[in-house]
Every structure is written in structure tokens, then in C-alpha cells.
Write a protein that binds this ligand. Structure first.
Ligand SMILES: [Zn+2]
Length: 135
């Protein structure tokens, strides 16, 4: 089942069965994804453009490497980061620290850098403020 993540604006990722994919293109109402190791791996997938977490993923091509289940925890942590940024008033550094504390050491090693996570939190907070001003 699909599991989506967006840590950097416009860089949406897809996690599926131990593999992480980056968005490649969109056409005919489908999103085409390539394995994150696209230089050395032929793993491909597509979903419907409207797909949400839990929806069907169609894969094609063999991966040249083993699946890595830590990637799933990275996605969970990244999504929690954005949710905390939007729904709490905690300081940015606390939010990032909470995320670091919530994952295993193995997963912390492959999380985005703390400076990137802080930028994500700040952006989410700004967007939250902007959208509440419209209402
Ligand atoms: Zn691959």
C-alpha cells in the first residue's frame, strides 16, 4: 500500500514495500515514480495522481538492492514533523528534537538533516498562519 511523504516542497516521495521512490512525471492521470537510487536501479512504480496513503501501487522493473524497512519509519517521522508544526505551538527546535527522540538510532542516521527539518517546520508554520488568515 502506498505511503506518501513530502519533506521538501515539490519533492514528494513514495514508500512501498521497503523501497523509496521519487516522483518522475505525471501523465494520463497517473504519477510515475523512479527508485531513489535511479542511477543504478531500474525499479519503477506508478500510482493514480489522486492516490493517497493506502492506495494501490503498481511496480515495474527489478530493484538492484534489498528493501530497507527503516525508510518507512523515516516517512512516519517526516509526516509527524509536519503535523506537529501545524498543530502545536512548540518551538521549532523542540519539534525537531522530539522527532529525533522518537525514532531508533538506525533510523535517525538516515533522516533528513536537522537543518532541513527545521526549514520544513518553519515553512509549515508559515503556511498554517497564511491559511488561518484567509478564513
Ligand atoms: Zn531500487
Amino acid at each position: 500500500m502506498a505511503c506518501f511523504m513530502q519533506i521538501e516542497k515539490l519533492k514528494k516521495k513514495l514508500y512501498f514495500e521497503g523501497y523509496m521512490y521519487v516522483r518522475d512525471s505525471e501523465r494520463n492521470e497517473k504519477t510515475y515514480w523512479r527508485c531513489e537510487f535511479k542511477k543504478t536501479c531500474k525499479g519503477r512504480a506508478h500510482t493514480m495522481i489522486s492516490a493517497i496513503d493506502g492506495d494501490e501501487v503498481y511496480t515495474r522493473g527489478e530493484h538492484s538492492h534489498q528493501p530497507d524497512a527503516r525508510r518507512k519509519e523515516v516517512i512516519g517521522a517526516s509526516n509527524l514533523l509536519r503535523k506537529s508544526a501545524r498543530e502545536t505551538l512548540n518551538p521549532t527546535s523542540h519539534i525537531v528534537q522530539d522527532i529525533m527522540n522518537s525514532v531508533t538510532l538506525e533510523t535517525a542516521a538516515i533522516l533528513p538533516s536537522t537543518s532541513l527539518m527545521k526549514r520544513t517546520v518553519l515553512r509549515e508554520k508559515q503556511e498554517q498562519i497564511a491559511s488561518s488568515n484567509i478564513e
